[in-house]
Design a protein around this ligand. Sequence first.
Ligand code: AP5
Length: 211
Amino acid sequence: MAQPRILILGAPGAGKGTQSAKITDEFDVDHITTGDALRNNKEMDISELDTEYDTPGEYMDRGELVPDEVVNAIVDEALSQADGFVLDGYPRNVEQAEELEDMTDLDVVLSLEVGEEELVHRLTGRRMDPETGDIYHVEYNPPEDPDVEARLEQRDDDTEETVRERLSVFHENTEPVIEYYEGEGVLERVDGEQAPDAVWEDVKETIENAV
Ligand code: AP5
């Protein structure tokens, strides 16, 4: 059987990264995440594209979307090298969703649903281990190892002000993407406000039923 092609949608902090890590392990697929790809290229010079800012990082630190041209190229390249995948962070607007249709078919589109105040709480408390990339939360999921705890870092865009801006960008640009897939009859909504393991049970079952 071919590897599944999974799209995971959800607001900032909905748990896309957390669930994608589990999907990658369980279904042996690549994790394609535009957020990580862009964070690794924050200083890339994109000025020749005649964009408002000269680097992806200037958009990201303001909580704004990086121009489609930059992101479309990253996803196209990553998809061309993947057999199965979980795609996380793309599409973020309807134009990107239309681009994606030309790049690949999808087996399942998941939407993780979480309320606004919980999203803010999750993002402002999120910490990352710079050595492993593992994601923690100061309250919900702190590391057991004190050495790991001592080296945890907060993402530049996880301050409350930038989180609020990211959520407003989500409502304006990305909620229409969820409606777009709903209209196509392929959307599977998952209650993302449960504990991580309960969310995972629902995510796993939904994927297994779809492929
Ligand atoms: P990106 O990196 O994609 O960020 P995001 O969508 O804002 O999503 P996050 O990674 O912040 O959240 P998540 O849903 O993965 O949550 P997580 O699992 O970590 O994008 C960053 C920026 O890049 C954008 O603002 C934009 O500038 C640019 N960009 C990216 N893609 C783009 C595109 N396509 N076009 C244009 N620009 C683009 O969980 C969050 C926290 O909650 C963690 O601490 C975790 O431990 C905790 N947690 C997770 N699940 C649970 C649970 N069930 N219960 C309790 N806590 C939980």
